[in-house]
Write a protein that binds this ligand. Structure first.
Ligand SMILES: [Mg+2]
Length: 187
């Protein structure tokens, strides 16, 4: 049994980076909550605009901070509890492939060669998860969570953009570091 992780909003604070970048470079003066409320917050209501298309392709927003030590520890523990491979499956734009690889190079996460870009491989997380035999997946977005439910057991990290979403087969967590204890107790 293999275990899959999303990156942004799960292992990497991309939303914090985008918020900070927009405050520094654009005329953004709303709270983090207002910025990321979904789908009508500052970002969500502009998500199809060309300038947003450019912002999400800025490599600098994918390089720091490196993976949290608490996450690295948790993933090692998960791997002992569920022996198998760890995979990282992301819908990041292909333009940030090098930045992503650089982040993994310095982040010391286990199985760091197992990085998969859905946009290079058919476009769907559930297809990749099935192909990679991932019985578990950790996600932060509702749309992906719903599409993955039939394939993997799902952990959903509590975020502003998924507030209110409930599903009997979804296990909500505050942080990746909560997962080992949940697995030990039994799902
Ligand atoms: Mg995500």
């Amino acid at each position: 049994m293999n275990f899959g992780f999303d990156l942004d909003g799960v292992l990497f604070p991309w939303h914090e980076n985008v918020y900070q970048w927009c405050r520094d470079n654009l005329d953004v003066d709303v709270s983090y909550r207002e910025f990321w409320s979904w789908p009508d917050g500052w970002f969500g209501s502009r998500r199809n605009k060309p300038f947003i298309h450019d912002i999400v392709r800025l490599p600098e927003l994918y390089l720091t901070p490196l993976a949290k030590k608490t996450h690295i520890k948790a993933i090692h523990r998960i791997n002992r509890l569920i022996p198998g491979e760890i995979h990282y499956i992301t819908a990041r734009p292909v333009e940030v492939t090098d930045a992503t690889k650089e982040w993994f190079q310095f982040s010391e996460l286990p199985f760091s060669d197992n990085v998969h870009f859905t946009k290079k491989q058919g476009g769907k997380k559930e297809v990749l998860l099935k192909r990679l035999n991932c019985s578990f997946y950790v996600e932060d977005r509702v749309d992906y969570a719903e599409s993955v439910l039939g394939v993997s057991n799902l952990f959903l990290v509590n975020r502003i953009w998924n507030e209110g979403f409930e599903h009997p087969d979804v296990v909500r967590i505050k942080d990746v570091k909560d997962i080992p204890n949940i697995l030990e107790r039994g799902l």
